[in-house]
Design a protein around this ligand. Sequence first.
Ligand code: SF4
Length: 407
Amino acid sequence: MEVALGRVVTRQGPRQLLTLRTYSTVRDVPRPAGSFTDAAPPAAPRSTSVFDDAVAATGPRHNWTKEEISQIHQTPLMELAFAAGTVHRRFHKPSAVQLCTLMNIKTGGCTEDCSYCAQSSRYKTGLQATKLSTVESVMEAAKVAKANGSNRFCMGAAWRDMRGRSRGMKNIVDMVKGVRSLGMEACVTLGMVDKEQAQMLKEAGLTAYNHNLDTSREHYPKIISTRSYDERLQTIENVREAGIHVCSGGILGLGETPKTDHVGLIHTLATLPGHPESFPVNKLVPIKGTPMFGEEPTKLEDLVRCIATARLVMPATIIRLAAGRVTMPESEQMMCFMAGANAIFTGEKMLTTDCNGWDEDKAMFERWGMEPMQTEASKIVAEPQMEARSFTHLRGEVKSGDAEISA
Ligand code: SF4
């Protein structure tokens, strides 16, 4: 924008005023040939760091050190988020976000002491405990979820483990079979399971089993005392060995230190024999009556940094923006999608907390050109056979030999 032109008279005589431009105004000035505008852009620098290697990855790796993940995590956030978005596009269809719906099939009365949880019987949160839902009510809810576009139906029961629950297991097997018969992916979270129970769930057709590590091994004892980190890892191993996808992630906002505890959480999951198929990132919704009530809310930059780091370290994994999304403005959610998140929970409720509704999410998808991810629930492919998806694959032109990553 030109702001001044003309002549003024000074003590030294008349002078021509210069044309003033505001800083950074674009001006169409002819430049001589060979100036920087005509020059080829500089060649991309050769890979010199763990960050560059992560950005160039064409497949998952499992030998990460904590220091390497920490280096990625500490990359300036603008660069980290952009790089994560780039890798995301190599491994996933960029506009596709999976819609999942979570049903609480048995509320409250849990004997564990997870210090963030409204369902623990140790805290006075006013939550009424219920019995296990009927198979019919689960099927009804799954049909509603499917009609609204969800293709993954998750069922959560507030239990420590499945020991002595043979009748409950039988009902859950029927629920899993019922959900799968609708052509949806089925996921359950039932606390700890042994190898035999995992096998029963596998035979029922279960797609994924959710068992979060919650936080780093170091911070974990400050959050839960009634089951150990290793017990959690054992359940994850039982599930993986049964051939069920593992869904395991964390909760941010438990009083942890992001640069060590987020890195620690990602490191544990990324160095398992197989990366989890799904990494849920929950933002703590503080519940009155639980020890975690009053904790500082997670900062957006810590959330985006965690998602972007996970995307670079576990490139083929689906990253689920889970509990707490309802507290985030749409612009913040979009930053998470741009940094690599590609699944959400949508529907009426997220266990005991509120959830963004289907209509709200449909409108958001419309505004931003997003689409529900299509997955083929029956396919579980061993990770070593995975390859990075090519752009042609991402656009739906699947050629034989292309790897299936999502199931
Ligand atoms: S998080 Fe799960 S295991 Fe922990 S108290 Fe809540 S329902 Fe029980």
